[in-house]
Design a protein around this ligand. Structure first.
Ligand SMILES: [Zn+2]
Length: 325
């Protein structure tokens, strides 16, 4: 009898800083850290409060060696959950400093990703995050430097941070630049902001939406996203913590799948949200009525929606076919 942990999994929405293990953080800070310092409470008041938990882990990834080791740390944990492929995202501008330029940063995370595959057999790509509170120049410089590595370890762009405070209409410059550079993108939208943010992101060319919890408020948009096969990266534990989904409210995964939306289930931040892919699967099977064969569907959705190349996708198809036999 296979357990949920045995099932092959794909995590398309995993933040590097929010998923660093306690051991990694303690080794870099050279002091013990408490759970409260690392993990947002389940009854967190908002996304803004949730985001305060990132300062500590970010302070641990300010050198080339630490960045590489951080990627390896996250991949090691992924292996324990039988993750076959993951897209690890991080904000290069949070690590950039006078001793570390973009080239150092990108080389470090790509080396970590490659070594992770050799050491743990987990394939991965890196998504680079623009930050909502950063300047246009910072975000564009980061994007242009990262574009050089597209297809060589970096697979896409994202936009992260306080969605309610900095809505998507402020970022036309970023979406235009990504389109001009032929850089695919997924955008955090409709997490704790308005459904309009999803509409703006999709119309600007986003292939995937981070969270997109409030999509069902706009039936027309929902239909559009289904017809265009836009991917939705749901992260249940995190969505409850940030109040994207209120306690007692229906979690949208069941509705999305029934409607034909390409939904996926992911961790967001394994440490800040105190979760793992296996725990997310336990939650959706026990609380959301998701059947075992639908976990296979989620995996297939993740393959289709991933920013991986065809060689990687073909390997992933084989892993799930072998499991289905
Ligand atoms: Zn996220």
């Amino acid at each position: 009898m296979n357990t949920l942990n045995d099932l092959p999994k794909i995590d398309l929405h995993c933040h590097l800083d929010g998923s660093l293990s306690r051991e990694f953080i303690e080794s870099k800070l050279e002091r013990p850290v408490s759970k409260d310092e690392l993990t947002a409470p389940y009854d967190c008041s908002s996304l803004a409060e949730y985001l305060t938990k990132f300062d500590l882990p970010v302070s641990c990834i300010l050198t080339k060696a630490n960045l590489k080791e951080a990627v390896l740390d996250v991949i090691r944990q992924a292996k324990e959950n039988n993750i076959t492929y993951m897209e690890i995202r991080f904000a290069p501008n949070l690590s950039k400093n006078e001793n570390l330029d973009y080239k150092d940063i990108y080389e470090a995370v790509i080396e970590g990703s490659k070594e992770g595959q050799n050491k743990y057999g987990v394939m991965s790509n890196i998504i680079i995050c623009a930050m909502r509170h950063h300047s246009e120049k910072q975000n564009l410089d980061m994007l242009k430097a990262g574009r050089e590595y597209l297809g060589y370890g970096i697979c896409a762009l994202d936009l992260a941070g306080d969605e309610a405070g900095f809505p998507n209409e402020n970022f036309a410059y970023l979406f235009d630049a990504a389109n001009n550079l032929e850089m695919p993108f997924t955008i955090h939208s409709g997490e704790c902001g308005r459904v309009k943010n999803i509409k703006i992101a999709v119309e600007a060319g986003a292939k995937r939406i981070g969270h997109g919890i409030c999509l069902s408020e706009d039936r027309e948009l929902m239909q559009y996203c289904r017809d265009k096969s836009i991917g939705f990266e749901l992260c249940p534990t995190s969505n409850y913590q940030t109040k994207a989904v209120m306690e007692g409210m229906e979690y949208p995964l069941r509705r999305f799948l029934d409607y034909g939306i390409k939904a996926t289930v992911n961790t967001d931040n394994t440490t800040v949200s105190n979760t793992t892919m296996t725990r997310e699967y336990e939650f959706i099977t026990s609380k959301l009525n998701i059947a075992k064969d639908e976990l296979v569907l989620l995996y297939k959705n993740s393959i289709e929606l991933s920013f991986a190349n065809d060689d990687v996708k073909n390997i992933l198809v084989k892993t799930i076919s072998a499991y289905e036999k």
